[in-house]
Design a protein around this ligand. Sequence first.
Ligand code: FAD
Length: 293
Amino acid sequence: MKIAERLQEKKKFFSFEFFPPKEISGRKDFFVRAEKFAALNPCFASVTYGAGGSTQSGTLDIAEWFKRDLQIEAASHYTCIGATKETVNIFLEDMQKRGLKNIVALRGDAPKGQESLYDIEGGLCTAKDLISHIKDVCPEMGIAATAYPDPHPKCANIADDILYTVEKNKAGASFFLTQLFFEPRIYFDLVHRLQNAGCTADVIPGVLIIRNLAGVYRMLSLCDVRISGKLLCELESLHKEGGDKAVEKFGLEYAIKMSRSLLEGGAKGVHLYTLNRIEESRIIVDACSDLLK
Ligand SMILES: Cc1cc2nc3c(=O)[nH]c(=O)nc-3n(C[C@H](O)[C@H](O)[C@H](O)COP(=O)(O)OP(=O)(O)OC[C@H]3O[C@@H](n4cnc5c(N)ncnc54)[C@H](O)[C@@H]3O)c2cc1C
């Protein structure tokens, strides 16, 4: 089933993002945990592609396993940076063979020193190019794309970022997953601006579970998202007093607070960046269970 169709059901939901274990040997343990994730009844699962050094080949195996063995609709991420139309087609054929009907179509980031990949003549250089290509060769595929509450670091200005996101919708993306962000208000601002610009697709907010201060610094530089001075100071002073344990406890409470605000404020669901961690995810879903109806 296309995930965009599932999103039309009335009930509010959580969905989960996973990354494939780096080593094949790590999969057994992942599968045991994934069964526990399935018990949390997510609307769908998405599996990253090559992000943070995770293996690319693992993406389809894990997505197929979610769909076939756990009966959870799964979306495979795919990045087109440096890919030819032929390599995209091979990935799509593999998805179809495995019965996978949903893709998160991404541009991806060029490795350092290979920035020329952003501009290959006749290549697929943006997510929008990829979405149009998928629509041409595989019209029955459900397509999701990214949206950025803090504008993407490469965008010229906020207005262009919004217009470009709307273009991805017109090209065939039927729902959006957002980049992580730290204030619910900027998600609702994004939704408002997209709707004003003619976007008809659902925009599902992505929520990160803060685990330690080093991770926050890494995310800030990697994704170029904004964090308020107040929140950063709070995290830094917690770290000073109680180390990573104190930050982790706060991070979990913050993810619950964010998820509740987003669901109460009108978001249809929350896409949890689970970092493959079951216990935190279970606590967050439980803490919001009264809103999941
Ligand atoms: C939900 C989510 C999941 C992700 N999963 C993965 C993953 O699995 N693997 C991985 O490697 N990375 C992943 N990423 C990171 C992603 O690859 C990077 O953020 C990358 O820099 C942009 O990819 P994109 O698909 O958003 O690009 P695009 O949507 O193509 O472009 C990003 C931005 O560039 C600007 N832009 C691009 N083209 C134009 C244009 N023609 N005109 C105007 N502006 C333009 C816009 O501001 C746009 O928002 C993910 C990101 C998110 C938010």
